[in-house]
Design a protein. Structure first.
Length: 285
């Protein structure tokens, strides 16, 4: 969504938004680069900005152009063994918390990368073994129970203060001081570098973790269970959420670990890994 705001600044410069009319908005979105989903994200971001300006500065509302049907493109994914090989390669070459963050993105697929990176020490509840996302995109707090293995991991990690970022730099790196939260592109580059080392092409972090796991879990779970893991609606029911109780959800989160057979995980030196595109009746947004 930030890209939409940035492109609007490029298009209109220092113009007063009170002077921006429907025709300018229509031209902006007609020429907006990228797929229809990108335009939809941009118009959502600008609507949010206008709503804030209306409440704060009494800026008059504007008429918004229609952008038509939004096409959700299928994303390139990997099978579960290739995903595990990538994650293991990250563990070998990257700091521990970078590996843990990406591992969790592949396990707890209800959590988006930005939400995962925003976790503080206080939101990683070691006593109850849960993650707490207080302000997710869905506007309803997420409480994610961890698998027993991950509970063991977090209980072995120090917790300096509740406000400190959980996913943070522990040593100086590229001019970044210890204690600083991971930057927005750090995980993306860690994933990409591992893919490059393994010869995996065309699969980025988000579909490589969330989407790939969701597709793989179809082998052992029903569509309803996979929807429960994502904690958001799919298909035509955008205002409906699928809920599963804490202990049931904990068992579902362990499903990825059950799929990863140690003797089947591809070796990091294997350059023959192949990605694939799968079309699914389960749509993950």
């Amino acid at each position: 969504m930030a890209a939409g705001i940035t492109k609007a600044i490029d298009a209109w410069g220092g113009a007063n938004i009170k002077n921006i009319q429907f025709a300018q908005l229509q031209d902006f979105f007609r020429d907006y680069p990228g797929a229809s989903k990108s335009r939809a994200n941009a118009i959502y971001a600008l609507k949010q900005f206008w709503a804030w300006a209306y409440d704060r500065y009494d800026v008059p509302p504007v008429k918004w152009p229609k952008i038509g049907h939004v096409e959700m493109a299928f994303r390139a994914t990997v099978d579960i063994q290739t995903q595990e090989a990538i994650i293991n390669n990250i563990k070998e070459h990257e700091p521990f918390r970078v590996w843990l963050c990406i591992k969790w993105l592949a396990t707890y697929i209800a959590i988006r990368p930005a939400e995962m990176q925003s976790l503080t020490e206080g939101q990683v509840d070691r006593g109850r073994g849960i993650l707490i996302i207080p302000h997710p995109k869905e506007k309803r707090s997420k409480v994610i129970p961890l698998t027993p293995k991950d509970v063991e991991i977090i209980r072995c990690l120090s917790s300096p203060s509740p406000e400190m970022p959980f996913f943070r730099h522990e040593v100086s790196r590229g001019g970044v001081q210890p204690g600083r939260r991971f930057g927005g592109t750090l995980l993306y580059h860690a994933w990409k570098n591992a893919c490059d080392r393994l010869g995996v092409q065309g699969v980025t972090l988000y579909p490589g973790t969330r989407h790939s796991t969701a597709m793989a879990l179809r082998a052992i779970y029903t569509p309803e269970q996979v929807k429960a893991l994502t904690l958001h609606s799919t298909g035509d029911s955008f205002n409906r959420y699928f809920y599963t109780g804490g202990e049931d959800l904990r068992e579902l989160n362990e499903g990825r670990e059950a799929l990863v057979a140690t003797d089947n995980v591809l070796d990091n030196s294997d350059n023959a890994l192949i990605t694939k595109k799968e079309e699914s009746d389960i749509v993950i947004h």
